[in-house]
Ligand binder design. Structure first.
Ligand SMILES: *[C@@H]1O[C@H](CO)[C@@H](O)[C@H](O)[C@H]1NC(C)=O
Ligand SMILES: *[C@@H]1O[C@H](CO)[C@@H](O)[C@H](O)[C@H]1NC(C)=O
Ligand SMILES: *[C@@H]1O[C@H](CO)[C@@H](O)[C@H](O)[C@H]1NC(C)=O
Length: 141
């Protein structure tokens, strides 16, 4: 699965770059429009939300109910089907001000919480940052 994600997340990211560039002169409008403009294989875009920071946002997939967004971003929440019977939840946080750097953050073992604190740290340094929840969203055996 890790190998699959190492393929899917960067390709999802470069597709975001191609569509958003990253966010251009009007980040809020670009962000909203990504919901319908992004077409990624085996991927469902759940939401694209422009977040004006600093603010605490709700984090249903985190270990805590809220997380701090300390600099303005486009928050993209999506589900990637990894096989016909499993899927993972992921987020990409795209900073309004971006200098072309990408960061993927993760954790170890069975850690299934999205690490929002480190995503925020990445975007506060202007990295476009991705994280996937390795706990399967759906598994049929
Ligand atoms: C999408 O899913 C199909 C069916 O599981 C698979 O054959 C294909 O390789 C997947 N595409 C990507 C980019 O992973
Ligand atoms: C993901 O898998 C589910 C269940 O098989 C399917 O209903 C859905 O259409 C798939 N989504 C994509 C984007 O492939
Ligand atoms: C976010 O929540 C933390 C913890 O409740 C709080 O200390 C902080 O002031 C909040 N920040 C903002 C910008 O609302």
């Amino acid at each position: 699965m890790a190998r699959l994600l190492s393929y899917i997340l960067p390709s999802a990211f470069w597709s975001l770059v191609a569509h958003g560039s990253l966010l251009g002169a009007d980040p809020a409008t670009t962000c909203t429009s990504l919901k319908t403009r992004l077409h990624l294989e085996n991927t469902t875009i759940l939401s694209t939300t422009h977040v004006v920071a600093p603010v605490n946002v709700s984090t249903p997939k985190g270990c805590f109910p809220e997380a701090l967004v300390s600099s303005p971003i486009c928050r993209v929440q999506f589900v990637v089907n990894t096989t016909s019977t499993s899927a993972v939840f992921a987020e990409a946080w795209l900073p309004d001000t971006w200098y072309g750097r990408f960061l993927a953050v993760g954790n170890g073992g069975l850690g299934g919480c999205v690490d929002y604190q480190n995503i925020d740290y990445g975007t506060s340094l202007h990295f476009a940052t991705c994280w996937a929840d390795l706990a399967p969203q759906r598994q049929v055996r």
